[in-house]
Design a protein. Structure first.
Length: 287
């Protein structure tokens, strides 16, 4: 007999049981994994789907990545962000729709975490800032899967959180025998995302478990906590965890640097809120 954990893992591995992704995704996945495919070919494929390319361009031009100029083509987005980032944005596009429409607080928390990661990587001069920001954007994707595919369990988790001083992660483990971070990691593997995105998602609550991409995981861990502490969005509970020592040491942080990062994040969140409201109003216009 399957345990609850095994049952959820099997569900996530079954692509057919997940929210429908655009048919273009299968072609994109094959192209992205082919050494022979050029950026122009991949850009042409994404651009052939007007809705999909619009979503990619909207995110690229948002406060999320912090580019000073406007990006007008998918080709430019691929050059600036890289195939891995754009692939992750495309693969998660239908999930973002669900977050925007049904879990607005989580959508805003995720956006905020991505912006925080962008600020942290620039402040600490870490490479691959766009990929790290994308991992932060996706860090709570497991919560969306729980909400839309495990509705009864999601309600039990919510009641546990509302009823006492328990975090959503602790409630998830009690009800599901697994937490959203691990489910997000499973989903990343199902989507064939690279390990440098999967590991920070799966380990963002336990950065000490991160082996290969410990610096990226530490940034996502810190971003999640700082956005929770700011009160921006809603990730499922009001409890703000402590920054784990492993992450603090890995990033070589000091109180002074942390204060500067927090100040910069607070300034940027005004733009992020406006972007989120713009997204929400565009959805309301379709109703």
């Amino acid at each position: 007999m399957q345990t609850k954990r095994e049952e959820i893992n099997r569900m996530v591995q079954d692509v057919k049981s997940l929210p429908a992704l655009p048919g273009i995704v299968v072609k994109l996945r094959a192209l992205a994994e082919s050494d022979a495919a050029s950026l122009q070919i991949i850009a042409r494929l994404i651009s052939s789907d007007q809705i999909l390319s619009a979503k990619v361009l909207k995110l690229v031009n948002s406060p999320f990545y912090g580019f000073p100029g406007r990006v007008s083509t998918v080709s430019n987005a691929l050059i600036l962000l890289g195939v891995n980032v754009v692939k992750a944005l495309v693969l998660s596009s239908s999930i973002f729709d669900l977050m925007e429409e049904n879990v607005v607080g989580l959508w805003e928390h995720s956006l905020g975490a991505g912006v925080a990661a962008n600020i942290i990587t620039k402040r600490l001069a870490l490479p691959d800032g766009e990929e790290i920001s994308t991992a932060a954007l996706l860090h709570d994707i497991g919560k969306v899967i729980i909400k839309i595919k495990l509705k009864e369990e999601a309600e039990r988790i919510r009641l546990k959180v509302d009823g006492g001083e328990v975090s959503i992660r602790e409630a998830e483990k009690e009800v599901l025998d697994v937490d959203h971070a691990e489910i997000g990691g499973w989903l990343g593997k199902t989507w064939c995302l690279p390990e440098k995105l999967i590991e920070p998602i799966a380990c963002h609550h336990d950065p000490v478990r991160s082996v290969t991409y410990a610096d990226r995981t530490a940034v996502v861990h810190l971003s999640d906590i700082l956005i929770k502490a700011s009160g921006f969005g809603y990730s499922g509970d009001d409890l703000v965890p402590r920054i784990q020592e492993a992450a603090w040491k890995k990033l070589n942080l000091s109180d002074h640097v942390l204060r500067e990062i927090v100040d910069e994040i607070e300034d940027k969140l005004i733009e992020v809120k406006n972007f989120s409201l713009e997204i929400q109003s565009s959805h309301e216009g379709k109703v």
